[in-house]
Design a binder for this molecule. Sequence first.
Ligand code: SF4
Length: 256
Amino acid sequence: MQGYATRPLLVLVSYGAGTNSTAMLVEMVRRGETVNAITFADTGGERPETYAYVVMFSAWLQERGYPAIETVKKGGIVETLEENCHRMKMLPSVVYGFKSCSLKFKAQPQEKFANNWPPAKDAWKRGEKVVKCLGFDADEPHRAKFDEDKKYKWRYPLLEYDMGRAECVEAIKSAGLPLPGKSACFFCPNSKPREILALPRYLQDRAVAMERNANLTVMAGLGRSWKWEDLLRADRAQLKMFECNTEMPCECIDGA
Ligand code: SF4
């Protein structure tokens, strides 16, 4: 199109607060790529360290001239996923083999943000698309299923940069940032036993309260064929076996 300057497309980054999407943004910053907005969908049940990481990383991005991370939440009935599970007397849908918990509490709030984001609305009015960046890495190219639809051009920067998991970890460390750890609801049925046992006691108790409240007919509990409560009880009982009698006199001085 002679005589016309090409307007750069808006770039929207979907940030999941895990290793991949953190590395994606770190690398985009390092390469001086344009980012117009960054969204993080909060289910209300993220781990405390994830919330802290989002605040820290948002400040890091802003110091480099990038947008702050926009935290978005499910609209409609104002309740978290945890509250929703209590009200419905259910467990997160992923336990039953469905994805509606992540669709309703992760994907839809981000979509709603974009639908109400004035620059995106203007771009769509002009007939342009918005570039949406997702952090699938070079070790999982099969997850990069979308190319474009009516509104978006999907982009997978980590695939373009040929960054697998190891390179993602390295990129975060090289930027002087701590690794973010796993980003998922603390009660996620996909959690591994060691992750459940590593949760702080008050979150374990909240997950067990959700499990106890649910009408469990198909599944035994948050572990699908087993209850988190049983895992935690067994772990605590085992620990009790190793509790020492602190009243016992000891000859040690200053722990020497
Ligand atoms: S982290 Fe687990 S429980 Fe939370 S929305 Fe995703 S799949 Fe559902």
